[in-house]
Design a protein around this ligand. Sequence first.
Ligand code: XUL
Ligand code: CO
Length: 437
Amino acid sequence: MREAFPNIKKIKYEGADSRNPLAFKHYNADELVEGKPMKDHLRFACSYWHTMRGNGQEIFGFPTMLRPWEDWSTSIEMALKRVEVFFEFLEKVGIDYYCFHDRDVSPEGATLKESHQNFDIIAAELKKFQDATGKKLLWGTAQLFMHPRYMHGAGTSPNVEVFAFAAAQVKKAMEVTHELGGEGYVFWGGREGYQSLLNTDLKRELDHLAQFLKMAADYKREIGFTGQLMIEPKAKEPMKHQYDTDAATTLNFLRQYDLLKDYSLNLETNHAQLAGHTMQHDMEVAIAADALGSIDANMGDWQLGWDTDQFPTDLYITTHTMLGVLKMGGFTQGGLNFDSKVRRESFEPEDLFHAHIAGMDTFARGLKIAAKIRKDGRIAEFVKDRYSSWDGELGEKIERGEMNFRELEEIALEMGEVHTYKSGRQEYLETIFNESI
Ligand code: XUL
Ligand code: CO
């Protein structure tokens, strides 16, 4: 096949002064930050669904994307051709990892058996290209939300036959992910929620979802898959309410059903926003529970109430995100997956490059700024000092669980009043943050 992007060569790092639109200004893969190459901190991944399957269609508009290699069909031939185009893209943009849903890469057949067969053909092609290029699968997943059979949910469907069908689809997707050496497997429950509580037995649905996830973890062990299993929270869209609403809700669900030993979280920036949080908030919650597995890197629009999946170009967000990643000691099997799509108006193939370069450069800067903030140390020092009263004998005893209310009352009566307040200095800290940008 002739090249899909004939006018584009491999994207190179040219430094901050470059005016070449098809060059990195900040992402320099092998440059060391805190002693580790940028590429190993960031572990960028490209999502197959947006990059290869996004056509620009939305509720008020037909497809806009110009993709010269596409016939927009669901044929196996087209699915095979897309794999080749995708790896050319990964090579040229310099991204080492990718993520997919079963149905993004291979077409649904007339029966489940046929779908499995299609998937096997494409999986073999993906393997061939992975071996030839050294590109790797960050995570795989099953698409359990587009087909009409999943309109009422998959793991939470009121119809047990749908539950069985979904289980079979996940089983296969996990097998393929394992074959392709995937480092993770994600569950995003787009239909696992409700539109109306009038027709919903919430307790029963949650019990079923937990059973579903337990079986998945058992199967993972059975086939010797060593990738991490992750839940991706999202508050709403497509459903009015989704059970894995945010980091805290999902962690609570996992704890309640004793699943936390087998699952971590794949947090997405735009999803945190839909839950009314910042990404920084959801990351802190996940990191505190030692459960941050991976990140879907994108951003939303605070004026809109839906998932715009924009490429991350907001330096504050990428800096906060990388501060969190550095704080947890870096990714192990996770990474930064661009679950991001070009705007409908950015319809030319070249825009796929501009968009990924923008995201990669913004994250590279976020990483460098985060490292600078950490090296400066004033913010960390301030936080440490803010809690310094806890470092005395009383604080340590409380933290060790060696005090009770009676003893604390005695101490408080003796004190009469608290006299040691300190300012929170938020504005000062925000200024230090800005100084590093
Ligand atoms: C949808 C979303 C999904 C998951 C994978 O909002 O983020 O693409 O990342 O199913
Ligand atoms: Co996502």
